[in-house]
Design a protein around this ligand. Sequence first.
Ligand code: ADP
Ligand code: ADP
Length: 227
Amino acid sequence: PPLIGIRAAAKTYETQTGAVRALDGVDLDIADGEFVSIVGPSGCGKSTLLRMLAGLDPCEEGELTLEGRRIDGPSRDVGVVFQAANLLPWLTVRQNIELPARVGGRQGRGTVRVDDLLAMTGLADFGERYPYELSGGMQQRAGICRALVRDPRTLLMDEPFGALDALTRERMNLELQRIWQANGKTVILITHSISEAIFLADRVVVMSARPGRVLCDLKVDIPRPRG
Ligand code: ADP
Ligand code: ADP
């Protein structure tokens, strides 16, 4: 079976002004080790799909599976990164990164050494600092460390660098690619940049405007720089 299976996934939000059909039957299989970018216009349901995959939002129609098992809540085998790292300001960078490992106990796939994560993301000298002492890009890198600390097989990212300036964003993308290549993770990345999607991923899923459906699913086969 695929690592992640998405079968006829649909979602309707009930709002005060009526029902909003956010997703309208999405089918995707994602294999272990793939780097998939999801692009599409604002409102086509990308974040909804990602939240459901993260187990943060229930899938009431259709079925989502992780390693053949129905997704019914957050999993220690899935790391999630959003646009803002939302680090806890009263904890050091190291303590923020360690938090999921502490909360989740030591069972499961185990944990990655925080020093290794800090080194991998160029934060080796910043573990004992507080979030406000770091730039925006560095805070996002700390957020990525936090998402990786329980050594999840899958990394879900929703516009992780969307709030950063263009140059920082470019550097972060190279770093993300390096992390992917070095660790064999499955990565699903939501971005509004089609060029970024093609540059980074080996597969680009384009979703269409409301209600969300898959418009096309492209295999990217271009030579890429090696990290
Ligand atoms: P995207 O990430 O592609 O911009 P979203 O998944 O955020 O799309 O949203 C898809 C649709 O669902 C949009 O029309 C949005 O307004 C609506 N929507 C998203 N979240 C909620 C919510 N919590 N309540 C009501 N409507 C929502
Ligand atoms: P980023 O690309 O992560 O946003 P910057 O371009 O702001 O980082 O900074 C580049 C480098 O400058 C960092 O990797 C770090 O070594 C150093 N730096 C940035 N902000 C700070 C800070 N608040 N305190 C100390 N060093 C910093």
